[in-house]
Design a protein around this ligand. Structure first.
Ligand code: ZN
Length: 334
């Protein structure tokens, strides 16, 4: 590879200049890919940029900034860029990559009106006949209906699309984590920053008692997705920790469990998307958006994009994409 690059530099790119004084050939070689080498040629990967972003970010409770001079942090928008970066890189390596969304719009064709009866059934009707209490009730139902459309209905539709239309080999769902606000105080950043990945598992007793959950558990147990999830999850989990330098997240309580002592960043958890998707699915949860370290890096990343500046060397979204590409290559490179 370095010989090839040296040849191209001397005959094409820098024929009349001393490239050795400026360029490190070994370093370029280590980052280059051979256009004819397509190690992922047989892989069809779907990428789910988690959430929606845009005008929906508020309804998703995925929209915050610490001060008015800062950029809004919207998970759905950040992970869409990460997904697009991953698609470019993996497509170059020969994979077929399908994104579940390309903009800040829900893919769920149903809107909140469709969820109105469901939402109304959840909210106690007003006890007083006053106009104010009727209005309060209607607003509560509307808010719940929007949440059902934009969160639960959206996840269900994404799972349906993957299972019935896209039918990829694997799905990777991209998220960025956030921590509970200290004392509910939404202008105070937290100290800890960490990363993990999730695969399906860890059903509670109540969940296991539900017939729908039983059906999904049986499907996931018998369709062979579990082994691939464990392997791809381990590859992505270790690549994530190495690339970001962050410690592995820790779950307290019984809603998640570590399944591989070698990979402390890999956890099993019964999340709706992980349960509903038939094919092997891994959900990424790097960074804590409201931590001092990641908040500053995201602000820097957004500023560079707004002013069309060169991206910072430690750009957080590029780093995220790097981690996923490394993990996928480790799991699938032949
Ligand atoms: Zn998320």
């Amino acid at each position: 590879m370095p010989d090839q690059i040296a040849y191209e530099l001397s005959t094409r790119y820098t024929p009349y200049a001393d490239d050795a004084a400026v360029l490190d050939l070994e370093q370029i070689a280590s980052k280059s890919i051979n256009a004819f080498d397509r190690p992922l040629a047989s892989l069809h990967l779907a990428l789910d940029p988690g959430h929606v972003g845009g005008i929906w970010a508020d309804w998703e409770w995925r929209n915050f900034r610490i001060s008015e001079e800062d950029y809004w942090i919207r998970e759905g928008e950040l992970v869409l860029e990460v997904a697009q970066r991953i698609r470019t890189r993996l497509t170059n390596l020969g994979a077929e990559v399908t994104l579940l969304r390309e903009d800040y719009q829900p893919i769920n064709p149903m809107n909140f009106i469709d969820y109105w009866p469901l939402a109304a059934a959840e909210k106690m009707p007003p006890t007083e006949p006053s106009f104010k209490s009727q209005l309060d009730h209607a607003l509560k139902v509307r808010n719940r209906a929007i949440r059902l459309a934009i969160v639960r209905g959206e996840i269900a539709e994404r799972a349906r699309l993957v299972n019935e239309v896209i039918r990829p080999d694997v799905l990777i769902s991209l998220h960025i984590n956030a921590a509970e606000w200290p004392d509910g105080n939404r202008d105070q950043l937290v100290d800890g920053d960490h990363a993990h990945v999730l695969i399906f598992g860890c059903l509670s007793e109540t969940e296991l008692a539900s017939p729908n959950q039983q059906v999904r558990l049986l499907e996931k147990l018998s369709n062979g997705s579990g082994t691939v999830e464990a392997q791809l999850g381990a590859a992505l989990g270790s690549a994530l920790i190495e690339t970001t330098g962050l410690p592995a997240s820790d779950y307290q309580g019984r809603n998640a469990i570590r399944i591989d002592p070698e990979v402390p960043s890999l956890w099993a958890r019964n999340l709706m998307l992980l349960r509903l998707v038939d094919c092997p699915t891994v959900l990424m949860e790097p960074y804590i958006t409201n931590s001092h370290s990641s908040y500053a890096r995201i602000q820097k990343a957004l500023r560079a994009r707004e002013y069309h500046e060169p991206l910072p060397a430690d750009d957080i979204l590029v780093e995220y994409a790097d981690a996923v590409v490394t993990g996928v290559l480790r799991a699938y490179e032949r």
